[in-house]
Design a protein around this ligand. Structure first.
Ligand code: HEM
Length: 218
């Protein structure tokens, strides 16, 4: 069903706002990234880089060997599924359409809409902040992958470690990458829960009733 809004936008109630491939890979990536983060914190606790340790309740694996088993098992899930998501994003045009439009003009338009309370969240169209965050986290996972390779097989991947300034430096890079991932998850999940309908539509792929009502008001 097609409908016009007061600001002359057309709403198609049946439109797929999140393609099935994106939804499936997103939820697998989310599971894998959270498991990597939690087991990574347990591995860090066994040999901390700084004066602090992470609370045991936030970690996964129970002990060092358990956490390492989790970390390496889930790593394959994240790598295979992550590559599938990246290839889909690049070759289907999904990234260009939904994420890479991060220019100053669209940022300015977003701020103007936000000030008039017209900026729409959770409708499948990402605003500039979301786009920046998604692009940032995708690069962050790539950085975590390469610094992780350097730590996992320091002899075979010595060139990567050298490029990062040595093994010790690669450890710090991997750690800071994990901090960025943790912060992203905190912000991303809080926004997803705060805006009604967002999570449901990431499962169904379609606009929810509350999202349609919000669009109709604008
Ligand atoms: C349980 C935790 C998570 C929840 C509830 C969640 C929820 C969501 C929702 C609802 C969207 C769609 C946003 C919108 O329509 O405005 C989304 C998109 C996205 N999320 Fe998550 N997410 C979670 C974890 C993660 C994690 C761990 C990552 C990164 C490793 C991640 C990366 C992304 C990316 C990149 C997108 C954009 C997808 C695309 O269109 O290609 N999410 N998430």
């Amino acid at each position: 069903m097609l409908q016009k809004t007061p600001s002359n936008r057309t709403i198609n109630h049946r439109r797929i706002i999140h393609p099935l491939f994106v939804r499936i890979t997103h939820w697998i990536n989310a599971y894998a990234a959270i498991a990597m983060l939690m087991s990574g914190m347990r591995i860090y606790n066994a040999s901390p880089l700084f004066e602090f340790k992470f609370p045991a309740e936030l970690t996964l694996g129970g002990w060092l060997a358990g956490a390492l088993s989790w970390h390496f098992a889930v790593m394959w899930l994240l790598v295979i599924n992550g590559i599938a998501y990246l290839l889909y994003g690049i070759f289907s045009g999904h990234f260009i359409r939904k994420m890479l439009n991060i220019g100053a003009i669209s940022a300015y338009r977003n701020i103007k809409l936000e000030m008039k309370y017209l900026l729409l969240h959770g409708t499948g169209e990402y605003n500039v902040i979301q786009r920046l965050l998604y692009v940032l986290v995708i690069w962050d996972v790539v950085l975590l992958f390469f610094s992780g390779l350097a730590l996992w097989k320091p002899v075979q991947f010595q060139r990567i470690a050298d490029f990062m300034g040595g093994y010790e430096q690669a450890r710090y890079i991997h750690f800071y990458g994990m901090v960025i991932l943790g912060l992203f998850i905190l912000i991303h999940v809080s926004i997803a829960f705060a805006v009604k309908g967002t999570i449901k539509s990431m499962f169904t792929g379609r606009l929810t009733k509350s999202q349609i009502a919000k669009l109709e008001r604008n």
